[in-house]
Write a protein that binds this ligand. Structure first.
Ligand SMILES: *[C@@H]1O[C@H](CO)[C@@H](O)[C@H](O)[C@H]1NC(C)=O
Length: 393
């Protein structure tokens, strides 16, 4: 044995030891929701620069531009401006469960020009944009397989908090022009939530100048879906932009006797949520204008989820500061994704380890094939227990 061997061995041991020591905690020095940056000038490469935390490092990046734009972008800076201009958080790889990828979702948008992926044509099958005095939200129906969510996945909640305060996705930023007086200035959204899954979505951003932003964009009701967190009357095959009254704070309801009650969501360890003590009130809406999908999302015709089958990146304008009001004329459409029926991934993986302890964070739905549990996306008016559906995470 060479005299070097023991040294090699011990340094290997030391390295292993050091590696184990790398994980020094769970929580970042600064929670994601407390990190504020002006768009676009102050955006760092990654807002989550914490090292050695249990959930690892930020998956993508926040500095997104013409070099990152395309269907393989890992851009984690998102927008919600209007019916024709918003992004959704979705996985980077096909056939993924939200539960397994919640820390890693990337931005999929309806408009090019901000360094992100584009939502493929036909993925959005009905969308309602709602403007209120306290928030704006976009609610919709979708073919989720076109943005890499496995068929049959009832999904989960993304928000800037999470069990460890690093957000889901970790480091995800959201901006909106909806609250600027000029209509084109970007404001960082401090409180937002985005439920994705069950071929539907809801994404709400709360006006940071409203003192109840955190109440309207409450993030602790991650198991009861859109109908409770963003009550709405959106319909499939309808594309409309409306104004509306504000909803009750998610989880807060007024009984017939006038008593105001705050719902307590049971922990997942107690099993599926099979009954709810209240029906959420759908706020009144007005001034709805309807559109056709083709008019709204003309930029999407040329892309699919698959980066190798997409014209988006080559034709993108790529200026991260252009709020692109004009539509992007896609010249060389390659058609939409035709991955066919994605298989139902009834995975039982544990996904993000840091979410393990009964927290308010987005816990994953594990799609037990015949688990009859409360739908994650209880659409207004359809709030009945429906066969094999999943728990919203
Ligand atoms: C474009 O984005 C990439 C990825 O975040 C970054 O490395 C690069 O510096 C950016 N370019 C400019 C000009 O900002």
């Amino acid at each position: 044995m060479s005299p070097l061997a023991p040294l090699v061995l011990s340094s290997a041991l030391l390295a292993a030891f050091a590696k184990a020591q790398d994980v020094t905690g769970t929580f970042p020095a600064t929670p994601l929701a407390s990190k504020h940056y002006q768009y676009p000038d102050q955006i760092p490469y990654q807002v989550d620069d914490d090292k050695g935390l249990i959930r690892g490092t930020q998956f993508g990046y926040n500095l997104c531009n013409s070099t990152t734009e395309g269907q393989d972008a890992l851009c984690q800076t998102s927008f919600l401006n209007s019916l024709d201009d918003f992004c959704l958080w979705a996985p980077s790889k096909p056939n993924s469960l939200i539960a397994d990828t919640e820390g890693e979702e990337v931005a999929w948008c309806t408009k090019p020009g901000r360094g992100t992926r584009l939502i493929p044509d036909g993925a959005l099958t009905g969308v309602q944009f709602m403007r209120t005095s306290a928030y704006v939200q976009v609610i919709g129906f979708m073919d989720q397989t076109k943005i890499n969510i496995a068929d049959g996945d009832y999904g989960g909640e993304l928000d800037p908090h999470g069990a460890d305060l690093r957000g889901n996705p970790m480091g995800g930023l959201v901006y909106s022009t909806a609250f600027s007086s000029s209509g084109d200035e970007y404001t960082q959204m401090i409180e937002w939530h985005n439920f994705m899954g069950g071929n539907a979505f809801c994404f709400k951003v709360c006006d940071p100048s409203n003192e109840h932003a955190a109440d309207f964009c409450q993030h602790i009701y991650d198991r009861i879906g859109c109908a409770y967190n963003a009550p709405n009357n959106a319909q499939d095959n309808v594309f409309e932009s409306c104004e509306g009254d504000v909803q009750d704070y998610p989880g807060v309801y007024t009984g017939e006797d006038g008593q105001v009650t705050t719902y307590t969501q049971p922990p997942e360890s107690l099993g599926a949520i099979t009954t709810m003590p209240y029906q959420p009130k759908v706020p009144a809406s007005s001034n709805c204008q309807t559109f056709t999908s083709a008019d709204l999302y003309s930029a999407l015709a040329s892309v699919s989820a698959d980066p190798s089958n997409s014209a988006a990146s080559s034709s993108a304008t790529g200026d991260s500061s252009s709020a692109a009001s004009g539509s992007h004329a896609a010249s060389s459409g390659t058609g939409t994704a035709t991955r066919g029926a994605a298989t139902h991934a009834a995975a039982s993986g544990t996904g993000a380890a840091a979410e393990a302890s009964g927290s308010n964070a987005a816990m994953g739905f594990r799609g037990g094939a015949d688990g009859a549990v409360w739908s994650g996306l209880l659409w207004a008016g359809v709030a009945a227990v429906a066969g094999a559906v999943g728990v919203m995470a």
